[in-house]
Write a protein that binds this ligand. Structure first.
Ligand code: S3P
Length: 457
């Protein structure tokens, strides 16, 4: 029986204290990239700290189906044998990417530079998400796509090892789109240039360098980053050490901040400056967060995070330029904001509508049901904190979104009445063991009683 097809509702009740030392799971973005570059590379790639969540396992499965071989070596070590001569093999059936937008979008770029045909699909959430943003530039390079009218999965694509190079100014701030183009560019006849007006996470650039690819980056006088990469380069297998994911750490950090008696140490968390917007924002709100053992590990900044609870949180306006560096953290920031002692304004959030769920709508509806006063506009969310936690007592529709699920379980740790979520299974996509870990630290998360029928329905 496939247990994934059954929803698992949970509820979180107010807890008294959160204490402990935690190792958060490996960075999801880096894990996808390490597997995919390992597939393209000559020889073997050894990965430590890989996230063993469902999204990354879907990428691993695709790597196997495209001519590479992924094997678990034990003790957190994974080995990837690259495709023979760096050439992908045509998969013999559909590649199912489950819930993972990063897998689906980066794979289109990877496949685009090879003479193979592949069909990609995903779950109920992923098949609603826009793929045009990668299909259009990759199509301009010469890849051929057949997709549903609105540019959604499932799609079938034909790649080519003689793509045209592209000169592309990014219309949206998206690391997935940038990465898809950079991966395709390896199969192009000439130099591709990608220009990012608002820089997004740069793991693809950094990791390509680590695998021996030459790529030039320059920031112009307006702050836009120009990335140049020549086609036809060979990748060499290498060792990749993946730190903890700052987006996963964020749930524990906010849980501790909101709880009066809390102190957590999160060891070895990635602190890439293009990922740390939430931490800067929480510090500006008055949070007690400090870093120890800050060091550079395989080209990435990592640190231990020490967080103590109980400080009152101030209101603020989050600068829109900071959005890409905390794009996945707005749901949990919204939870922190609902307990702040003033208003938190978040603007420039249009991209949140096309994540695993419409995160703006899900957070606004869920928080309002918990008693939070807020305003939701097309691309903004304004939350009026009162200095004390909201009442809670709501049953949240998580819309197959792991970050909505974890955010509301964190909120339930401090509300007067428990907060329930309709389904906790999506948490396994990015943070396997989250509930057990939270309970070990002192949280009170357990199976939820059945949802009461809505009298107005
Ligand atoms: C990711 C990029 C972001 C982020 C996602 C992971 C990546 O998506 O939301 O969780 O690994 O490149 P966008 O590129 O759509 O902003």
């Amino acid at each position: 029986m496939n247990m994934k097809s059954f929803a698992r509702p949970l509820q979180s009740s107010r807890c008294h204290a959160l204490h402990g030392v935690v190792k958060v799971p490996g960075d999801k973005s880096m894990s996808h990239r390490a597997l995919m570059l390992g597939l393209l590379a000559r020889g073997e790639t050894i990965i430590s700290g890989l996230l063993e969540g469902e999204d990354v396992m879907n990428t691993a499965e695709a790597v196997n189906r495209l001519g590479g071989r992924v094997s678990f070596e034990g003790d957190g070590l994974w080995r990837v044998y690259g495709a023979p001569d760096g050439k992908l093999t045509e998969p013999d059936s559909v590649l199912d990417m489950g819930n993972s937008g990063t897998s689906a979008r980066l794979l289109t770029g990877l496949i685009a530079g090879h003479d193979i045909t592949a069909t990609l699909t995903g779950d109920r959430s992923l098949t609603k998400r826009p793929m045009n943003r990668v299909m259009i530039p990759l199509g301009d390079m010469g890849a051929v796509f057949l997709a549903r009218d609105s540019g959604k999965l499932p799609l079938t694509m034909r790649g080519s090892s003689r793509l045209k190079p592209l000169d592309y100014r990014m219309p949206v701030a998206s690391a997935q789109v940038k990465s898809a183009i950079l991966l395709a560019a390896l199969g192009a006849d000439g130099e591709t240039v990608v220009i990012e007006e608002t820089p997004t996470r740069d793991y693809t650039e950094n990791m390509l360098g680590h695998f021996g690819v030459t790529l030039a980056q320059k920031t112009d006088q307006n702050g836009a980053v120009h990335i140049r990469i020549a086609g036809g380069q060979t990748l060499s297998g290498c060792a990749v050490d993946i730190p903890g994911d700052p987006s996963s750490a964020a749930f524990l950090v906010v849980a501790a901040l909101l709880c009066k008696d809390a102190e957590l140490r999160l060891s070895n968390v990635g602190m890439n400056p293009r990922r740390t917007g939430l931490y800067d924002t929480l510090l500006e709100m008055g949070a007690d967060i400090s870093y120890e053992n800050r060091r550079t590990q395989a080209g990435e900044v990592v640190a231990d995070i020490i967080v103590k609870g109980g400080n009152p949180l101030k209101g603020l306006d989050v600068p829109p330029a900071r959005v890409p560096s905390m794009i996945d953290e707005f749901p949990i920031l919204a939870v922190a904001a609902s307990c702040a002692n003033d208003t938190v304004r978040m603007t420039g959030l249009g991209e949140l509508r096309v994540k695993e769920s419409d995160r703006l709508a899900c957070m606004a509806q869920g928080l309002a049901a918990c008693g939070v006063r807020l305003e939701e506009e097309t691309d903004s969310l304004v939350i009026h904190g009162t200095g004390k936690p909201p009442a809670g007592g709501a049953y949240i529709d998580t819309a197959l979104d792991h970050r909505i699920a974890m955010s509301f379980l964190v909120l339930g740790c401090v509300t007067e009445n428990p907060v329930a979520i309709d389904d906790s299974t999506p948490i396994n996509t990015s943070f396997p063991g989250f509930v057990e870990l939270m309970n070990d630290l002192g949280a009170q998360i357990e199976a939820a009683p059945p949802k009461k029928p809505d009298p107005d329905a």
